[in-house]
Design a protein around this ligand. Structure first.
Ligand code: GLU
Length: 419
């Protein structure tokens, strides 16, 4: 059997290809020369499988889709508190290149508009020999598992027409948000926008964010879960230029678009999606890209606010043994809802001296709240006179989560334990 996913993606592209509305971005002369017929779509699951269709090998410049990743790298480098001192998180409702600041604190409103993105660029790691843009290029290459390069022509082309971004830079320097030569920072920011990617690269980068910062292919933790949460929140509220509200209600996927015609979308815990088609609507978003996302969201039920029904099947099995031992085998993800459901089940264990084994081996993730509630449940079972054993063979519980509860944790498989 062949999975139907690629056929479905090809079908969506086919349907959206007919839409020829919109116009190429022309304020960067090089972008005005793009082939308007290009269309591509890629989807990466959180276990690293990539499906793609159309012009999926064609490179284009990342432009504003670099902004969420630069924000992630800046937070990872300085910590969120320090970054928040320089850039806010309020949607601006204004054009992306508006020369404006938050009224009270005189800092950029969010990292997705240019004033915030230029400031964020200044917060990227850098050394004498390695520029901020180069640091970001390396970081993005790590995220997509391929060595990315700069588009020198687009970079030079934008530099020549960078009057607006330069004025933003000077304004930021005037109010002290930028502490260095603004021209240098703006040039670096423009170079950051000229990193070349394909939809497959973007989908893979998106899947790392969807996966809480863990590379689905290598298993390496590239970003902290908290950083991903922050980035996705800002994408959700500020990612689609001044059409963010429209996007949230119709598509409902945290996303960021760029003037070269790309859109990257990230559905937490599920997928990274990227589209590319160069013609833009009046907000600066790819016309076909928006249409593709609208279709995917409705066909595949991807709207964030639909909420995924929590795993009703968190208890894979409950087995009773002759000696009175009861073994609960859990499967899925332990968040508040699942843990609450599980603890409600445990209430049915009669008070007594039974041995209760909680086998976590087949869980995929335990959130902090899940761990806290689980151990509270363990304590209450113990108070009822039970002996409780937690099997955590895959070490899903982090050191922090299992702190102080060591005596109930057994690092072995159930069959070893039963011997
Ligand atoms: N380099 C572009 C700029 O700052 C990026 C804009 C965009 O993609 O929205 O003007």
């Amino acid at each position: 059997m062949k999975t139907p996913v690629p056929d479905y993606l090809a079908h969506v592209l086919d349907q959206c290809h007919a839409n020829t509305e919109g116009a190429l971005a022309d304020y960067i002369p090089e972008l005005a020369a793009a082939n308007p017929n290009r269309i591509a779509l890629a989807l990466s699951t959180i276990d690293g499988t990539i499906y793609s269709s159309g012009d999926d090998e064609v490179e284009f410049t990342i432009q504003s889709m670099s902004k969420p990743f630069a924000y992630a790298l800046a937070i990872q480098e300085h910590g969120l508190a320090q970054v928040l001192e320089k850039v806010g998180v309020e949607p601006s409702g204004e054009a992306f290149n508006q020369i404006s600041l938050e009224k009270e604190r005189s800092i950029p409103k969010n990292p997705m508009i240019n004033s915030g993105a230029i400031t964020t660029h200044s917060l990227l790691p850098h050394k004498k020999t390695v520029s901020r843009a180069e640091h970001l290029r390396r970081f993005l290459s790590e995220l997509c598992g391929r060595k990315l390069t700069f588009d020198e022509q687009v970079y030079q082309s934008e530099l020549k027409a960078a009057f607006r971004n330069l004025s933003i830079g000077y304004m930021l320097r005037t109010v002290g948000v930028l502490e260095e030569d603004p021209e240098h920072i703006v040039h670096g920011y423009i170079q950051q926008c000229a990193i070349k990617v394909t939809v497959k690269d973007l989908a893979r980068m998106g899947s790392v964010l969807a996966n809480g910062g863990k590379d689905p292919v290598t298993g390496k933790c590239i970003l902290d879960r908290q950083v991903c949460r922050q980035v996705l929140s800002v994408m959700m509220t500020c990612g689609m230029y001044d059409a963010a509200g429209d996007w949230l209600t119709t598509v409902g996927i945290p996303a960021k678009s760029g003037v070269a015609g790309g859109i990257i979308g990230v559905l937490p815990g599920q997928v990274g999606i990227a589209v590319f088609s160069p013609k833009l609507d009046s907000h600066g978003n790819s016309v076909r890209g928006v249409e593709i996302f609208e279709r995917l969201s409705s066909d595949m039920g991807l709207h964030l606010m639909e909420g995924t029904p929590s795993a009703q099947t968190i208890i894979q099995s409950r087995r009773e043994y002759d000696d009175g031992m009861v073994v609960y085998e859990l499967r899925g993800v332990l968040q508040f809802t699942e843990t609450e459901m599980f603890l409600r089940e445990l209430q049915n264990e009669p008070v007594g001296k039974n041995k209760v084994v909680l086998d976590l081996t087949h869980l995929t993730l335990i959130h902090d709240v899940g761990a806290r509630m689980l151990f509270e449940g363990v304590k209450r079972l113990q108070d009822d006179g039970h002996r409780v054993v937690v099997l955590d063979a895959e070490s899903l519980l982090s050191e922090q989560q299992s702190k102080g509860h060591k005596r109930v944790i057994v690092q072995q498989h159930l069959h070893d334990y039963l011997k």
